[in-house]
Design a protein around this ligand. Structure first.
Ligand SMILES: NC(=O)c1ccc[n+]([C@@H]2O[C@H](COP(=O)([O-])OP(=O)(O)OC[C@H]3O[C@@H](n4cnc5c(N)ncnc54)[C@H](O)[C@@H]3O)[C@@H](O)[C@H]2O)c1
Length: 243
């Protein structure tokens, strides 16, 4: 499989290049990024017309329009690892998924997919427990809270549809019984840690995932690309792989 990497100069793009090249199974068709040379903020992706079987995107949510248009026009499947999309950008992704297969996950690790499953089960088993999510990332991360914290919260909301997300609690006053608090820490080179605390006053359950290296996410994106190749148009995520 020949893969175009969008966001190739970034931390994830560089790691993904290394993982693909060292893996020796797939090839890098093109490495594209923000077009600084053009000076007009255009994505280099749209200028690439060479052969390719797949796009993997680890860039910035502002690239969503370019990525979805390009893939839909060329009929290319796409794995989107980028996080922080707005509602309008999510609509573009869903639109593209009507004509090409799209894999979207704010976290490409198998461990997080398992954690999300466990969190949902625990929230259902302890319906009155209070739930707090703490996420830790490096000091260069742009989006707050992390896409993964939102992914975990949304899985919990599947069994607690009434739960309101309280992001970065900062006002005086007690928490409500049903809210899910999300707290973001930013420091150093932290790759990504997510902790879910489920407490009912008698007992406290803590579920925690620590990413040791970005290679984990890059490897997961390649697995997602292998899964996606040959699939029908639609929106896929880690749940499809795990299930
Ligand atoms: N899904 C996952 O498992 C996972 C894991 C880690 C990071 N991420 C997400 O991946 C994204 C990239 O993370 P990173 O740590 O590599 O960030 P980074 O800032 O190191 O790199 C981002 C790269 O994208 C480029 N870029 C920005 N706008 C662009 C555009 N419009 N078109 C093309 N390229 C563009 C930048 O020039 C930069 O080279 C972030 O959204 C991050 O949250 C996801």
């Amino acid at each position: 499989m020949n893969i175009i990497i969008n966001g190739a100069s970034g931390r994830m793009g560089r790691m993904l290049t290394e993982v693909i090249e060292q893996g020796g199974v797939h090839g890098v068709a093109a490495k594209v990024d923000w077009s600084y040379a053009a000076g007009d903020g255009l994505s280099e992706l749209k200028q690439y017309e060479g052969p390719a079987d797949m796009v993997i995107d680890f860039s910035n949510h502002t690239a969503t329009a370019a990525v979805t248009e390009y893939c839909a026009e060329r009929g290319l499947p796409v794995v989107i690892g980028t996080t922080g999309q707005t509602e309008e950008e999510m609509a573009l992704i869903k639109g593209a998924a009507q004509s090409v297969p799209v894999f979207l996950s704010g976290n490409m690790s198998l461990g997080i997919a398992v954690l999300a499953d466990l969190a949902k089960k625990a929230a259902a088993m302890f319906p009155n427990a209070e739930i707090e999510i703490i996420e830790r990332h490096h000091d260069q991360k742009l989006d707050v809270p992390s896409g993964t914290a939102l992914l975990l919260a949304r899985r919990i909301q599947e069994v607690r549809p009434e739960a309101e997300l309280v992001i970065g609690r900062h006002e005086n006053g007690k928490r409500t019984a049903t809210e899910i608090g999300i707290h973001s820490l930013r420091y150093g080179n932290e790759v990504g840690t997510h902790e879910i605390i489920i407490a009912n006053g008698s007992e406290t359950l803590t579920l925690k995932h620590e990413a040791e290296s970005r290679a984990l996410f890059a490897g997961g994106a390649v697995v997602a690309a292998e899964y996606l190749l040959g699939k029908a148009p639609g929106l896929y995520d880690m749940k499809d792989i795990v299930e």
